[in-house]
Design a protein around this ligand. Sequence first.
Ligand code: ADP
Ligand code: ZN
Length: 293
Amino acid sequence: MARIGALEAGGTKMVLSVGTPEGEVLEREEIPTQGPQDCVDRMVEWFGSHNVDALGIGAFGPTGVNPSSSSYGKILETPKTAWRHFDFLSAFKPLGIPIGYDTDVNVACLGEVTYGSCKGLDTVVYLTVGTGIGAGVMVSGQLLHGMLHPEAGHILLEIQPGDEGNCVCPYHDRCFEGLAAGPSIEHRWGKKGFELADRPEVWDLESTYLAEGISTYVLCYSPQRIVLGGGVMKQTQLFPLVRKKVLENLNGYLVTPELADIDSYIVEAGCKGDQGVLGCIELGRRALEAARA
Ligand code: ADP
Ligand code: ZN
């Protein structure tokens, strides 16, 4: 039985796991994300000593995901300066095993398609609403790359009346992430999201921004289903609000069986927080299969 290594490389922590090709997680360890030199040697040693046959990496972006590009496997223009231009993928080459590499949100999307809420579908958007907002996109069975990869968390939205000046993105004055990720909620209301659970106005505004972003994804990617994950979506009262407002935004323009069953169209993650790890396992499994073909 093959042992597949999984590395979910996030801005705050690195989650290292070993799993089976069937998606059973056998071992797991978390280490804080420090500078690359501090944690990469440790991670290479961990996977080496855990006898993995292949590795799947889901990395924070922006990062090069196109194997034919010179930026493949490198961390690009990140605010985490120690990681800027770090050749992340190459650091794992001494393991001498097949490696699959993609963004953290693309692997979470893959996890949901393989093991979670989107089994059997081939065109799916996975949206995380946490410290940032990021969308992993699969189109016709392929995780979407391109020039770089989608950065759909930074699309521009219409500022709601009275909310001017509240966008916290250093690059944009009215982007989705800057208006609706966890830090933005905290900046606007002066408390963390989980402390605001009983303030309906917070979730009314939040759902308006979420629905505006999601309606745009519906129109641009035509997903068969949209999965919402990340810490902010623990406020599950958001789901019915978002579903209702997405339909209002579309205003009857699209008539499909999927939208007619909106509760099954905009859904919670089926992997219960493990979508990233499970997606990395699937990415590693695919790399192993390709190497053996
Ligand atoms: P990350 O995006 O860093 O991987 P999370 O998905 O856990 O991590 O997102 C963290 C963000 O989500 C923080 O801004 C936090 O305030 C917010 N958050 C976490 N739990 C909740 C909750 N129960 N309700 C609302 N917001 C939450
Ligand atoms: Zn932005």
